[in-house]
Design a protein around this ligand. Structure first.
Ligand code: LMR
Length: 339
């Protein structure tokens, strides 16, 4: 006898089984893959932020998205990673704000200006405010979608000789990131700036290709630079942080619900990364002090005044490159104008 209820039940079961077949096994076998490449160690503010994004993105999309994080320049070095993103070989990066110049976007170098950001709070007025949003929007013309700003921290100067006053920099070969502002900064100090990929810095310092460099403590420690730098000055003369970016075509073509969940994961991992950055740097500095291989120096008021006298003119020098208006807007937000 035909049992209509049984028949309907079977159809429903079939439909369910089919949708399970179409959905989960296929989705599990073939999730949307995000390759997130970066150049620092996993145990840094950016490394931890990337791992947190992976965790949350996979959770909020129920596995429809898989995020593979490649730390330590495993996949690409500084310059290559931006090219790889534009070509779609990787989908997500978080390059330092100092590395966007070669892409033809000079505005981000405003973050490299010496003594521009007296604190994380001052910085956040820019990165969380309208200036930050406008800056991220500029990336669209390069096929890149800017998603967020992630903090690292304030830089210290290191070398194998003491760096107390600007005179101490005379003739030293100092490794910098690929930023014209950082080049001008080192020139102002009388040093010889040398652009070098992050993955090559340890060896460059060890072999004497360069004499010194600048970095937040977390980068210096996790790359073991303190083992090959006898002196460091806690100058906090400049900021280093990141823009988290994705390939725009990839992002735009994601299903709306997936993009929404990834937005949520990005928002929360940004909160996380920016909440740990300060402490991560403090811990790294303490670990280097404990290691005892580097002598750390606090600038006296007089020394700091000498650094500022030499470095603040870089703001004006770079106005034609970065844009005078942008520099003034940022100075007004951070109070740097009254330095
Ligand atoms: C550097 O090259 O010094 C930094 O940009 C590395 C990083 O990503 O923190």
């Amino acid at each position: 006898m035909f049992d209509r209820r049984h028949f309907l039940g079977s159809v429903a079961a079939c439909a369910l089984a089919f949708s399970a077949l179409a959905g989960s096994p296929a989705a599990a076998a073939d999730p949307i893959l995000i390759r997130f490449s970066h150049v620092v160690a996993p145990d840094t503010p950016k490394g931890k932020g990337a791992d947190k994004f992976k965790e949350l993105a996979e959770k909020y999309t129920n596995g429809a998205v898989k995020v593979d994080v490649y730390p330590n320049s495993q996949l690409y070095k500084d310059k290559e990673e931006l090219e790889a993103l534009q070509l779609g070989a990787v989908q997500m990066l978080a390059p330092s704000l100092a590395k966007f110049g070669p892409l033809g976007i000079k505005d981000f170098e405003v973050f490299d200006l010496p003594f521009m950001f007296p604190s994380y709070d001052a910085l956040h007025k820019v990165t969380y405010g309208p200036i930050g949003k406008e800056l991220l929007d500029k990336l669209g013309s390069k096929g890149i979608q800017g998603l967020a700003f992630w903090d690292n921290g304030f830089k210290i100067m290191s070398a194998n000789s003491k760096l107390y006053t600007p005179d101490d920099f005379l003739g030293l070969k100092m490794r910098i990131q690929s930023s014209k502002v950082l080049e001008a900064e080192m020139n102002a100090l009388g040093a010889v700036p040398q652009v070098m990929a992050f993955s090559e810095v340890y060896q460059g310092l060890q072999t004497g290709v360069v004499d010194g460099t600048e970095n937040p403590p977390s980068n210096m420690y996790t790359q073991k630079m303190h083992e090959v730098q006898k002196f460091a000055t806690l100058s906090n003369h400049g900021y280093l942080g990141y823009a988290v970016i994705v390939n725009k075509k990839f992002w735009d073509e994601l299903p709306d619900d997936v993009r929404g969940n990834l937005d949520k994961a990005m928002k929360e991992s940004t909160e996380y990364a920016n909440s740990i950055a300060k402490e991560e740097n403090e811990k790294a500095l303490q670990a280097m002090k404990d290691a005892g291989t580097t002598e750390f120096h606090e600038l006296t008021d007089d020394e700091r005044a000498q650094w500022k006298k030499v470095l603040l003119p870089v703001h004006e020098e770079m106005a034609s490159r970065i844009g005078e208006d942008l520099i003034k807007q940022v100075q007004a937000e951070t109070g740097a104008a009254s330095n």
